[in-house]
Design a protein. Structure first.
Length: 429
């Protein structure tokens, strides 16, 4: 089913593939709508999205790139499409087929697959001499043990095709590797792509590098990379790597750090990524930045929203403009710190009765208090729950990371969780 509403003049038409959860992605559509008409490819008739879109097409799947490309050609014949945008990790490869079919930017499926498949990412960067942890792809536990012996403990186990730190775990010895290998090898995302799971070597054994973990959201046009936001990760639940929060400083010195900028540019050049938005992750080691991964989409966990609060740069508009070949506005209009903290229950298989915040008496820096888990939901902390174990989050701003963190502390103190365990939340570090 396709429905197209009247266009609003000469505004560019942006084709968006899927939307993701309203809680985490509505702000993007809201921004994009101010300058673009939006046509949505989705598997169901839109609901909340209708406020922002000018038309939609319901498809059997948004994971089938060639089939979506055929639908896009039909749409394009009636109403020319100026750009294609997707921020869902599991669908960016399929969306690249659509852009390729229409002759638009970011239409290189091989390049996007090189980012989706972390094994290919490592091989391309290794060939180009880009600094990164040593990495060996494996299939079996015996192969993993042999790889870890070659690299040297401690090592990191990770699936080669997932995001959000799913399945990532630190391993300190052979016995622990034998215990945890099935956890990593069996991890699946919400929408598994068959090609990623048909590989002969689905797990990576990697050198452990230590330091501050950061993410860089950037726009890329004609091969030139422009960083917009630096996210400072907060990671908890060791030996797993659950991302429990982030801080974005609008005046982060890394935005102009020559060593990081060179590493960022060299990474994109080596991978052949020339147009669009990327979310790159680095470890800032004593020897310099080491590339952990590159994702061909906007960052998750509300990081671009934090960037907007911290700098005034609108990520939705910047990504839409880049997709359409329009130079985005990358000049900050303010310099603040914004942060997010995610909250979890204490026990596995906790049934939620209610999640609320006591909003009286909170400091002025509280920007958002959001309950994610609904009554009746059964949730668990990491490693069982991972991203889907989050029951709520708070977003705050301040003039420093310390001030912002204090506001988040106050928000955490105001969180009221009623469940079948009636237990306090688990510490996140």
């Amino acid at each position: 089913m396709t429905q197209v509403q009247p266009a609003t003049g000469q505004r560019p038409l942006l084709l968006v593939v899927a939307t993701g959860m309203r809680t985490y992605r509505e702000y993007l559509l809201r921004s994009i709508r101010s300058e673009f008409d939006i046509h949505l490819f989705h598997v169901d008739e839109p609901t909340w999205e209708k406020e922002y879109i000018s038309g939609w097409t319901v498809l059997p799947s948004t994971l089938n790139g060639p089939a979506m490309a055929d639908a896009a050609r039909r749409l394009h014949a009636d109403t020319p499409v100026a750009g294609v945008l997707c921020w869902d990790e599991g669908r960016i490869h399929a969306a690249s087929y659509v852009a390729e079919a229409l002759g638009l930017r970011n239409g290189e499926p091989d390049v996007i697959w090189r980012l989706r498949d972390k094994g290919q990412t490592r091989a391309a960067l290794d060939a180009a001499g880009v600094a990164q942890p040593r990495s060996l792809p494996v299939k079996t536990l015996d192969e993993a043990l042999a790889a870890a012996g070659r690299i040297g403990y401690p090592v990191i186990l990770k699936p080669r095709g997932l995001g959000a730190s799913l399945g990532v775990v630190r391993i300190d010895g052979a016995a622990e590797l034998a215990e945890k290998f099935a956890f990593t090898a069996g991890m699946k995302g919400p929408d598994p792509e068959p090609l990623l799971y048909s590989t002969d070597q689905p797990v990576l054994v990697e050198e452990l590098v230590t330091g501050a973990e950061i993410s860089v959201d950037a726009v890329v046009q004609d091969g030139k990379v422009t960083p917009l936001f630096i996210g400072r990760k907060v990671v908890g639940y060791p030996p797993y790597a659950e991302e429990t929060g982030h801080f974005v400083d609008g005046d982060d010195p890394l935005l102009t750090d020559p060593q990081l900028l060179d590493a960022l540019q060299d990474t994109h050049t080596a991978l052949g990524f020339r147009d669009g938005w990327t979310h790159s992750e680095f470890m800032l080691t004593a020897a310099g930045p080491r590339l952990i991964e590159v994702n061909g989409r906007l960052g998750g966990d509300m990081i671009p929203y934090l960037g907007m609060l911290a700098t005034g740069i609108d990520p939705g508009l910047a990504a839409a403009r880049a997709a359409c070949g329009i130079t985005p506005d990358a000049a900050p209009s303010r310099r603040r710190v914004a942060g997010i903290r995610f909250f979890y229950v204490e026990h596995d298989d906790t049934r939620i009765e209610s999640v609320t915040f006591r909003e009286t008496g909170l400091p002025a820096g509280v920007e958002e208090l959001v309950a994610v888990a609904r009554p009746g939901a059964v949730v668990s902390p990491p490693p069982k729950g991972t991203v889907w174990g989050r029951i709520a989050f708070a977003i705050a701003t301040g003039d420093s990371v310390e001030e912002c963190g204090a506001v988040l502390d106050a928000a955490e103190s105001a969180l009221d969780v009623r469940s079948d365990h009636n237990a306090p939340m688990r510490e996140m570090s």
